[in-house]
Write a new protein. Structure first.
Length: 488
């Protein structure tokens, strides 16, 4: 028993000693009070002054005991809250983009754990769409609801109430209300809302507490508000990380990209050289099959050289462009002739809107880079004798060009990161049957060009049987403003 007591943490041992001291003081005070009462009963009133010190000491001892027990309890509470904040910080450190209900659930459960007897909780996260899967530009709400919420009280009412409070521009705030009564008295609903200075990230949490017996504790409420601020700060840091990763490659990685591109060019050129040497040694010269293979190798090396010329843009972000009216169909036709030579065993199927022989959009010569990168990417993930579908649709304001391959598709977890340079080279990324890896450089450049025209490049997550789908959105025949020139 003594050995186990010695092995306890110093703080625990000290609190146990304080409790024992308090009990000792309480016992002594009780004994003094009891002696005072006995004196009152045995002595005449004229001599009660003799037992007055006993009453005073007993009352003082009782007061000391109450203060001591309160101090120990408050210390226990503070240590518990510090440990709670430490656990929360560790969980937040592992939070990454994209934000999902499953990824945020451990954080929410730890936040709600500050009230261990709560009746359920709801968390709403409002953040830029690039942090939340399925969104591109706008911000949206991501709800996370505890399993107990819908079973015990009106969770939808609480969610709407929390969303309304989050729409109010009041910064960080704390609210206490009461849920509509369901099978008895309504539960108290405590809400915390935290917002960053920029106003683009807001989190709100509503916790339904046990019916009756809840008293407001300022220390706990302040700790909860601090926890909500920690969540907002972590989401903000994730946003910065995502923006930095998407905006540029970085000079430190440019050398790696150049080495990889040079390696690919060398492989294709070496293959072309081997094909020519084999043909020269053959009595009949080069066969039609060898000539087709040689042309595909040279066409692919040309594609790698195009990427090598454009890759520095990801480091210095300088790629001059002009906004002109160009023919999307003409650029597609010329690019397809080039790409078919690189992938002779792939069938490219083009579907255009009926009655429109030519679709004109905003762009310049860099539009060929977008088309070339998407078509090469789709062909490299399509098996031999497979097909790539290119479909053009027009909605009145924009032209939508969709490229669909027959590859393994895009994992939902990679949709938001697939346009980050070098992201697709990381271990664990899904590969196609004809490629070992990709760099993401072509997709990053293509998205930057599309956005410079006022459009967008999207990736849609599909099942393995459907393959990957990339969509380019370009403005239709936009009027030129100024000289129509700029730098991306």
């Amino acid at each position: 028993m003594i050995d186990r007591f010695r092995r306890r943490e110093p703080g625990v041992r000290r609190r146990l000693l304080l409790y024992l001291v308090g009990l000792g003081i309480l016992f002594t005070s009780g004994a003094l009070a009891a002696s005072g009462i006995s004196g009152l009963m045995s002595l005449p009133p004229s001599r009660w002054i003799l037992v007055a010190p006993n009453f005073a000491l007993g009352f003082f001892g009782l007061l000391v005991t109450i203060l001591l027990f309160y101090a120990v309890r408050r210390e226990d509470q503070m240590l518990h809250l510090f440990e709670w904040l430490r656990r929360l910080d560790n969980i937040l450190a592992g939070l990454t983009a994209p934000l999902t209900a499953e990824g945020l659930r451990p954080v929410c459960e730890e936040l709600a754990g500050i009230f261990p007897r709560n009746g359920g909780w709801i968390v709403l996260v409002r953040a830029p769409g690039l942090l939340i899967r399925g969104e591109v530009m706008r911000r949206r709400y991501l709800p996370i609801v505890s399993q107990a919420a819908s079973e015990r009280w009106n969770a939808s009412w609480a969610e709407n109430y929390l969303k309304d409070r989050m729409e109010e521009d009041a910064g960080r705030r704390e609210l206490v209300t009461r849920l509509p009564a369901v099978e008895g008295n309504g539960r108290p609903l405590v809400c915390w809302i935290s917002e960053n200075r920029a106003g683009d990230i807001t989190t709100g949490m509503a916790i339904a507490l046990a019916q009756g017996g809840w008293r407001r504790d300022k220390v706990t409420m302040q700790a909860m508000a601090t926890g909500m601020d920690m969540l907002v700060q972590r989401i903000g840091s994730i946003l910065v990380e995502v923006i930095e990763r998407r905006e540029g490659l970085g000079v430190e990685n440019l050398g790696l990209v150049m080495r990889v591109l040079a390696h690919e060019i060398n492989n294709d050129l070496q293959g072309a050289l081997n094909t020519m040497e084999a043909a020269s040694a053959r009595p009949g010269g080069m066969t039609e099959e060898s000539a087709l293979h040689l042309r595909s190798l040279l066409a692919r090396s040309a594609h790698w050289s195009h990427l090598m010329r454009e890759a520095p843009f990801l480091a210095d972000k300088v790629l001059p462009f002009e906004r002109h009216v160009v023919s999307l169909t003409a650029h597609l036709r010329e690019t397809l002739e080039e790409v078919r030579q690189a992938w002779p065993d792939v069938t490219f199927v083009v579907r255009r809107p009926e009655g429109e022989d030519e679709v004109k959009v905003t762009g310049d010569q860099h539009l060929r880079s977008v088309l070339r990168n998407l078509l090469h990417n789709a062909a490299s993930y399509t098996p031999e004798e497979g097909s790539v579908e290119v479909r053009i649709e027009v909605d009145g304001k924009s032209a939508h060009l969709m490229v669909t391959d027959e590859g393994p598709g895009v994992d939902p977890a990679d949709v938001d990161m697939i346009f980050a340079p070098l992201e697709s080279m990381k271990e664990g990324r899904r590969a196609g049957v004809r490629v070992d890896y990709g760099m993401g450089v072509g997709l990053t450049i293509s998205r930057a060009i599309a956005r410079a025209y006022g459009g967008e490049l999207l990736c849609h997550s599909n099942t393995e049987s459907q393959g990957g789908v990339f969509e380019v959105v370009l403005p239709l025949e936009a009027s030129e403003e100024g000289d129509g020139k700029g730098v991306m």
